[in-house]
Design a protein around this ligand. Structure first.
Ligand code: ARG
Length: 601
């Protein structure tokens, strides 16, 4: 075992070419130059640039206030932060991006972007494609470990959240040209298999020859075998033996195990298929053969210690150690995760390993991340790659404020939940006049787009750490911040373009965007902030940031559409191009959120 993972630092600033889509970074680049000229003796000052919320400008640079204490009393020519701000403004290199600047309050430098420049940028995207607005991240490969249900157990709403959030994060990384290994870390190696296999042997002696598995409903089978396990000590003993034999690789046991895994897999796939999720299964069992080697290497480093019969790793800041070998000699969740991390870093050369689970597992992740740092697999800080991130999320609640369950307080079957969302949106569609013109296939497609899109968006729009209440009526409402509303907003834009009778592809080449009205400018500026928003949403692992952007985009569009006549106006060409750019950016947002767009309503 050789630790080949190298530490690399984040490239501080990408090249101009790479920044092309990222307005904030382009502005930051100008301020970087200005800061060098303003305080040449202060090295490595990172420009603090943010989109403005105040009406003084579009972006602001906030460095003056923090520079002042650094230079005060060192014979500086400046007299306080506002003067530093003035100097930062004066030293800005000339740029076609900027229309005007001002200094406000304690030293904020405000920048108003040039209208022509904004228009040109949007136009350029129309010609070169939205891909030119993809963020640039300093890594090549990432692992996103998501969904990860447990074989033979119910895939529950927690796994649904993991599936939805993980898929979005993977999509954002992929859009940023990062190769993503989408990993389904299924729980296929737990002690429950001993019990299941023994029960299979007992109940269906000819299980091996049967063409179709006799198990039928795996959930029922699990319950029945658990009952047997709890009631009969002799059976329990046999089940425990079975685990050992399975893990020892005995063929019959492996075969029974594989059959049980297959049944589960078919159930999971129904959910993935509905939601359009791509995942590659590498379950816990995959890492099992690597565990001894990894633990041995950690032991040689002196990390693994003996404690009450178990082998453990002590971690600073935690009163309990991380158990890597149980007192009965078996491995556990942590041994597998530690080994999987080793594999991902060293064999798969991932630079960022992201885990999406409920926040309840946070401590587990913190502990084995710390162990990996102690072992030197990861740099000690969380800023440098390779790095690991745990993406935690809150609970899904029912209307009663408790954990989301069915009426009989059973775990909700995800397939049923998704089918219900589709069914409801189908009923709503069929209630509309226009549905009469649609083919049955179209109705199906739109019902799926709306129904599944609604479930996804309801999950993604809130900060993932907060619990959210599952409510069909709310998520399927065509007003408010819902997928249905947004999908209809997109369809409406498409219909404006269609009804104009103009060839939009032709207009892209021959027409020009001119931002006449202030609301046109506001819309175009919002479009220009797409790239930095995706980057922010992706690097901070917060899909709600992108949802908020999308919702604001549709709001901006509405304001524009109310104030600006499109078809038949002398600015028609420019405005149609703005409509098209909005539709393109909306579609990319949908794509990143895993939502299928709708083109007509
Ligand atoms: N199977 C686990 C569960 O259902 C989630 C696994 C998450 N991934 C991981 N590498 N631990 O809770």
């Amino acid at each position: 075992f050789v630790w080949t993972t190298k530490t690399q630092s984040i490239t501080s600033m990408a090249t101009d070419e790479e920044n092309a889509g990222n307005t904030k970074k382009q502005i930051a680049k100008l301020f970087e130059a200005s800061l060098k000229a303003t305080v040449p003796n202060e090295l490595d000052i990172e420009p603090l640039v943010a989109a403005s919320t105040a009406k003084f400008g579009d972006y602001q640079c906030n460095n003056a206030m923090s520079i002042w204490p650094r230079i005060k009393g060192k014979g500086t020519e400046y007299r306080g932060p506002p003067a530093v701000g003035q100097a930062i403004m004066k030293n800005l290199p000339p740029s076609e991006m900027i229309e005007s600047c001002s200094v406000a309050g304690p030293g904020f430098v405000n920048v108003v972007l040039s209208k022509d420049w904004i228009a040109k940028k949007v136009q350029k995207m129309l010609i070169d494609g939205i891909g030119t607005w993809a963020p640039t991240l300093p890594i090549k490969r990432a692992v996103v470990d998501f969904s990860s249900p447990n074989i033979a157990k119910e895939m529950h709403v927690g796994h649904l959240r993991s599936t939805i959030i993980g898929d979005t994060l993977a999509r954002m990384l992929e859009f940023s040209n990062v190769e993503v290994l989408r990993r389904n870390h299924v729980g296929d190696w737990g002690t429950q298999f001993g019990m299941l296999i023994e029960f299979l042997f007992e109940k269906f002696p000819d299980w091996e020859d049967a063409k179709e598995t006799a198990i039928g409903d795996l959930q029922e089978f699990y319950k029945a075998s658990k009952k047997r396990f709890d009631a009969d000590p002799v059976f329990k003993e046999r089940a425990q033996q079975a685990v050992v034999r399975l893990q020892g690789g005995e063929p019959v046991y492996r075969k029974a195990w594989a059959q049980i895994c297959d049944i589960s897999r078919r159930e999971f796939d129904k959910v993935y298929q509905r939601l359009g999720i791509q995942l590659e299964e590498k379950g816990e069992s995959f890492y099992n053969p690597y565990i001894p080697g990894v633990l041995e290497a950690l032991s040689k480093q002196g990390l693994v210690e003996e404690s009450q019969g178990a082998r453990v790793i002590f971690i600073e800041g935690f009163n309990i150690p991380l158990i890597v070998v149980k007192s009965d000699g078996g491995y556990n969740y942590a041994s597998t995760d530690l080994t999987a991390l080793w594999y991902r870093l060293n064999e798969e050369k991932a630079e960022w390993v992201i885990y999406v689970t409920d926040v309840g597992q946070q401590q587990h992740f913190e502990m084995f991340f710390s162990a990996a740092k102690r072992a030197g697999w990861l740099p000690a800080d969380d800023k440098t790659y390779p790095k690991t991130s745990h993406v935690g999320f809150g609970l899904v609640l029912g209307e009663d404020g408790k954990r989301f369950r069915t009426r009989d307080s059973e775990v909700v079957r995800l397939v049923d939940l998704l089918d219900e969302a589709k069914f409801r949106s189908k009923s709503a569609i069929l209630g509309r006049d226009k549905a009469a013109d649609w083919t049955e296939e179209e109705v199906e497609q739109i019902a799926e787009a709306l129904g599944y899109g609604a479930v996804k968006y309801a999950d993604l729009k809130n900060n993932r750490l907060t619990n959210y209440t599952f409510n069909y009526d709310q998520m399927l409402n065509d007003k408010g911040n819902t997928a249905v509303y947004l999908l209809y907003a997109h369809a409406r834009i498409c219909s404006i373009i269609r009804k104009s009778g103009k060839d939009i592809e032709e207009l892209k080449k021959t027409g020009e965007i001119v931002l006449v009205h202030p609301v046109e400018r506001a819309l175009a500026l919002h479009l220009l902030q797409f790239s930095e928003t995706v980057e922010d949403s992706c690097t901070n692992l917060l899909p709600n940031v992108l949802c908020e952007y999308l919702y604001n985009l549709s709001e901006n569009f509405n304001t524009f559409y109310i104030s600006c006549k499109v078809v038949g106006n002398e600015e028609e060409t420019s405005r149609l191009l703005l409509c098209e750019a909005t539709a393109i950016v909306m579609r990319k947002c949908f794509d990143l959120l895993g939502i299928v767009p709708v083109y007509k309503i």
